[in-house]
Design a protein around this ligand. Structure first.
Ligand code: ARG
Length: 430
């Protein structure tokens, strides 16, 4: 049975192909669909399209459906296209003709839009709070390890002293940049499209300000066509934020994989957090970070996937848009899981404290030596040459000391500033 049934049912083959994964995916929209419907009917009553009694009955019916959803017992029946149809059928089955009044002045096109906006808002908040947990773990580790030096590399060649304080703190601050995109995506999602109906508005005097208020949106998508255009754009903005965080996290995962390698040996994990080999008895592999790297790399492709899916679509609703759910729904979950796992693993990371005492890292300190000579009055280029010649003839001996005091350097991490920067952004998603 279809909402749009006009005396014939579509071929099963057509139905299966067009519904696709929607019956499964739409379950995540169910609670938002009910919220949207509640706001819509309150508004319909306020403009005289429902009586107070009808409104009360419909609200009670929707409350019951909401309870079924929260208990995890909501299903989309075979032969029902999507969550919007299922909710309306359930309501009509219970209330008869009153149930059929709920759809005045709206279309599934703005219904799915409003569901998605509400869903994306919550998902972006969930990602923000997972990102915040990871951020705090990183900053805590940065402070705890600010005196532990490690080699810094350029071209993957030993370069200058770095520290675990710098390394952890770098990923924390990088997440603050990603939060900027998350805030932008959230602001785009936080606008009410309801009332755009099929995409061109309605001849009913819909009170769109009222539904905006009832659903807690920051603003409306005023222009009804723009509201419809936001399908795809909302997901794309969210995907960009997701990709940004994933790229930071994937980079971190790569560092960990490399530094667990015996040739580096900078970090390790308790045995039970590593994985083994079926043939080599000694193996303790970093599979967690490899899977994380792979998943994060895959997530960086999500904005492209959305861009390609939506490229050059004609204005107005097109069914292609349904497929956005197949892309963005798993992506939000996957990122949240990766963030959670990263926070857990970093909490168990063991850091080697004496890395730079190994002679293979002697040359990390050549610039420190040059700078010492400069501070003693020697012109930089002369000092550079002097140390360079010592390296050349094998007489260079490092003093393993660093004096980096400027903002953001080894001995002045500015963690409080970074924390403040992040907190100001995180606040916008609370
Ligand atoms: N499942 C559909 C989607 O996600 C709902 C909207 C259907 N609208 C329509 N005109 N067929 O896009």
């Amino acid at each position: 049975m279809k909402l749009w049934s006009k005396g014939f049912e579509p071929d099963q083959l057509i139905e299966r192909f067009t519904v696709g994964a929607d019956r499964e995916l739409d379950l995540r929209l169910a609670r938002y669909d009910v919220q949207g419907s509640m706001a819509h009917i309150r508004m319909l009553e306020s403009i005289g399209l429902l009586s107070k009694d009808e409104l009360d009955q419909l609200l009670a019916g929707l409350q019951e459906i909401a309870a079924i959803i929260e208990e995890g017992n909501f299903r989309i029946d075979d032969g029902v296209e999507d969550v919007h149809s299922q909710v309306e059928f359930m309501l009509t089955a219970k209330l008869g003709d009153i149930g059929k009044k709920i759809h005045s002045g709206r279309s599934r096109n703005d219904q799915v839009l409003v569901d998605l906006k509400l869903f994306m808002r919550d998902e972006l908040r969930r990602i923000a709070s997972e990102t915040e947990r990871l951020f705090h773990k990183l900053l805590e580790l940065s402070e705890n390890h600010k005196d532990v030096l490690m080699p810094g590399y350029t071209h993957l060649q030993v370069a200058m002293p770095s520290s675990f304080g710098l390394w952890f703190g770098a990923y924390a601050e990088s997440l603050a940049d990603d939060m900027q995109l998350l805030v932008a995506a959230y602001n785009i999602a936080n606008q009410n499209p309801l009332g755009s109906a099929a995409g061109y508005g309605s001849s009913f005097p819909l009170d769109r300000e009222m539904t905006t208020r009832l659903l807690g949106f920051a603003d409306l998508h005023y222009n009804v066509v723009a509201a419809q255009m936001s399908r795809g754009k909302t997901e794309r903005a969210a995907a960009m934020a997701i990709a940004a965080i994933a790229s930071t996290l994937g980079h971190l995962a790569m560092d960990v994989c490399m530094w667990m390698c015996q040739n580096f040996g900078f970090v390790s994990f308790p045995d039970e957090l590593t994985t083994g080999s079926s043939i080599m008895p000694h193996k303790k592999n970093p599979d967690v970070f490899e899977i994380m790297r792979g998943k994060c790399n895959r997530l960086t492709a999500v904005p492209n996937e959305i861009a390609l899916l939506t490229a050059n679509l004609p204005l107005g609703y097109n069914r292609d848009l349904q497929l956005l759910k197949d892309i963005i729904f798993p992506a939000t979950t996957e990122l949240a899981e990766c963030l959670d796992m990263a926070t857990f693993m970093l909490g168990h990371m063991q850091v080697r404290r004496d890395i730079v005492s190994d002679p293979r890292y002697d040359y990390l300190f050549t610039v420190e030596e040059v700078n010492r000579l400069v501070l003693g009055g020697m012109p930089f280029r002369e000092a550079y040459r002097k140390v360079g010649l010592e390296v050349q003839d094998g007489t260079y001996r490092p003093m393993r000391e660093v004096h980096h005091t400027h903002a953001g350097s080894i001995s002045n991490l500015c963690s409080d500033r970074i924390a403040a920067k992040f907190a100001a952004l995180a606040q916008k998603l609370k």
